[in-house]
Design a protein around this ligand. Structure first.
Ligand SMILES: Cc1cc2nc3c(=O)[nH]c(=O)nc-3n(C[C@H](O)[C@H](O)[C@H](O)COP(=O)(O)O)c2cc1C
Length: 272
């Protein structure tokens, strides 16, 4: 039996792992390969195994602290953010759930001041244009929004998130059926209210923000820059077929904002 086959067996059986490690000197494995003990030992209950595995995970209080402690940060110190941290955070973000495990996302990390400045100017220019329309004059919040559109120019790092178009088997069938079929058309409309690719990148960005927070960095998810979608794609020389979905601005935080949430009972319903 070759090494690949052995590894498969070991992975399959590792459900029964005791968390211990054993060095196996089988010639079919690399010398001194470490493997987990493959089967429950007599006299050791499964309960012990489960407790042991639970111990290895972060406890729920720490997880709650991490989730509730994260805030959107919009002011940063001038301090540099290392490439290693950024790469690790993005690697962890790619473990987010995503439709069909297609992983059609791309992350472009911009540290170049000139490029960040260009993106910020492009976004500000569109915001200024929208604010100048007579229809905007009546909107009380408009001036505040206009002014706060391009603050990300001060961020040490801006990450642009991209997605390619993901089509599940169902999408393929619906598209092949064509617009002439009323049912296919209707179902396609449902699918488009929450495209899988957008849900997937959102899961990744959420994960990314939590990782940044755990790393002591401060970040904010930015949807407003989409006003200048084409301009940003041109500035970043995005390949055809990839759409920018937003930006994440990140750095060492220079503020500690507070924010609350609605009580869960206001947003939760059980159907029993
Ligand atoms: C999809 C999305 C788009 C957002 N776009 C912006 C934005 O354009 N500008 C901004 O300042 N914050 C933006 N935010 C951050 C929200 O304002 C922020 O998450 C919300 O106010 C809650 O605050 P918290 O993140 O500190 O809990 C966005 C957040 C999400 C999820």
């Amino acid at each position: 039996m070759g090494f690949g086959a052995w590894r498969l067996v070991l992975q399959r059986l590792s459900h029964f792992s005791l968390g211990g490690r054993l060095t196996v000197g089988l010639w079919t494995l690399a010398p001194s390969t470490e493997v987990r003990i493959l089967a429950p030992q007599p006299g050791i209950s499964t309960k012990w195994i489960e407790d042991k595995e639970r111990e290895e995970k972060m406890n729920i209080q720490d997880l709650e602290k991490l989730i509730k402690g994260r805030r959107s940060v919009r002011q940063w110190k001038k301090q540099e953010v290392s490439d290693d941290l950024l790469k690790k955070a993005i690697e962890l973000a790619t473990w987010a759930p995503n439709g069909g495990n297609f992983q059609g996302w791309r992350f472009v990390v911009v540290k170049n001041r000139e490029v960040i400045e260009k993106m910020a100017n492009a976004v500000q220019s569109v915001a200024d244009k929208i604010a100048s329309w007579p229809e905007s004059a009546a909107l009380e919040e408009m001036e505040r929004y206009r002014k706060n559109t391009s603050f990300f120019r001060n961020a040490p790092v801006v990450i642009a998130t991209f997605v390619g178009q993901y089509q599940s088997v169902m999408d393929k069938a619906l598209l092949a059926r064509g617009a002439s079929d009323q049912d296919a058309n209707r179902i396609l409309t449902f699918r488009r209210t929450a495209p899988t690719s957008i849900q997937s990148i959102s899961a990744a960005v959420t994960t990314l923000l939590l990782v940044f927070h755990q790393m002591g960095l401060g970040a904010v998810w930015l949807g407003a820059p989409l006003m200048a979608k084409r301009e940003i794609e041109t500035i970043l020389k995005a390949p055809a077929g990839l759409d920018v979905t937003g930006l994440v601005a990140v750095g060492h935080p220079d503020e500690s904002p507070q924010k609350g949430r609605k009580p869960v009972d206001q947003v939760l319903e059980f159907i029993r």
